[in-house]
Design a protein around this ligand. Structure first.
Ligand code: SF4
Length: 371
């Protein structure tokens, strides 16, 4: 029988269940003679891990590292720069609240607005469509696979006015994980794959991690028990010597994903090489407009140059944090020159940015200490 939200809430936050899973993790991990590094791709998983103190429950040889799963943190500075220029030139720029304060090479959109730039914060693309059609406007399209179908479906269904252009900063998640592993950026023994993204692309999109790279992988939900079960399953896979993909979030995620959403995205966009802030160019990891829908493309309309820009400000370690090579506390600016109120780097702004999460919800003391 289907459970009510309250029942689910209790089930996935149950203390006794959590204690049992943690005991089992300790039992299994003590027989593994090396440090097990597990990457949680998604910023929302990082929130769960940090907010519920899950790192503090882990054995000494299990390390949980955050990955590149903050869609705002990885938008190249030059995209923000061109939006700042557009806003200051009189074009209305619609943006998500998370993007509003992210620093570009020099300015954020919030600073552009304070200088008289036309910047409007919206919750989503459908809010933009409620605006008057006459004005010249650009929607700053940021996000992973979860945000793309809304825009694609409205465009394909011919519900977007010609006066509205879209700057596609959309990025795809499996290619960035492939990039990390093919380039040996970080050694991983397990991956917690993003649950929300997988509702769209399907759990099958992550099979390559176990099949090609022999990495135990679990698609997980976002409650504390979801994350603990994911960690336990990864350690069970390591113990058994056989890596596979496990869908812990089967109450929401299907193997094939959301077929209609994928169809809209494929109709509107084509996959292209794309740049990630702090990482650089990643093969086939972005989306650009297909010829049929190019009239909505802000790049073509305004002749935007998206090359260059200052992605990494001097001293900021966001690129290492995004790649799982450093913790926020490894950065000398963390909670000194860089705070949620006065962010210096992109990872300190968004609710999905690792530095922002660590700053707001605290981090385990031993994680702050030098190795
Ligand atoms: Fe960048 Fe600030 Fe994080 Fe340091 S603390 S890595 S400056 S966002």
């Amino acid at each position: 029988m289907l459970k009510t939200p309250i029942e689910l809430y209790k089930l996935y936050r149950d203390r006794k269940t959590a204690e049992k899973i943690v005991r089992r993790i300790h039992d299994l991990a003590k027989n593994i003679g090396y440090k097990i590094k597990i990457m949680n791709f998604c910023g929302t998983h990082e929130y769960t891990i940090t907010y519920y103190g899950i790192r503090s429950l882990m054995p000494d040889n299990v390390e949980l590292v955050a990955g590149p799963g903050c869609p705002v943190c990885i938008v190249p500075a030059k995209y923000i720069d061109v939006c700042v220029d557009l806003a200051l030139s009189g074009v209305t720029v619609f943006t998500y609240g998370d993007m509003y304060r992210v620093p570009g090479s020099e300015y954020s959109l919030a600073e552009a607005r304070s200088q008289g730039g036309k910047v409007r914060v919206v919750y989503g693309f459908l809010d933009v469509l409620k605006e008057p059609e006459s004005r010249e406007a650009v929607f700053f399209g940021v996000g992973f696979e979860t945000t793309q179908p809304t825009v694609a479906s409205r465009i394909v269904e011919n519900s977007v006015p010609d006066s509205l252009k879209i700057l596609s900063a959309y990025r795809l998640t499996p290619p960035i994980m492939r990039y990390l592993l093919e380039n040996n950026v970080v050694e991983l023994h397990g991956v917690i794959a993003p649950g929300h993204v997988s509702t769209i692309i399907g759990s099958s999109s992550w099979e390559f991690l176990s099949e090609e790279f022999n990495i135990p992988t679990v698609v997980a939900g976002f409650e504390p028990i979801d994350v603990l079960l994911a960690i336990l399953n990864i350690i069970e896979q390591i113990s058994s010597g056989k890596a596979y993909l496990y869908n812990e979030y089967s109450r929401v995620v299907k193997r094939e994903g959301n077929i209609l959403a994928k169809k809209y995205v494929a109709e509107c966009f084509e996959v292209c090489d794309a740049s990630w802030r702090g990482i650089g160019a990643v093969s086939r990891s972005g989306l650009s407009f297909r010829e049929k829908y190019r009239k909505y493309d802000a790049v073509a309309e305004y002749g935007l140059d998206l090359t260059g820009g200052l992605d990494t400000r001097p001293g900021c370690r966001c690129s290492d944090v995004i790649l799982g090579k450093a913790k926020p506390t490894d950065c000398p600016f963390f909670m000194k020159a860089c705070t949620p109120r006065h962010p210096y780097g992109p990872c300190m702004v968004s609710s999905e940015g690792t530095c922002s999460i660590w700053a707001r919800y605290g981090a385990l003391l031993r994680d702050s200490e030098p190795e």
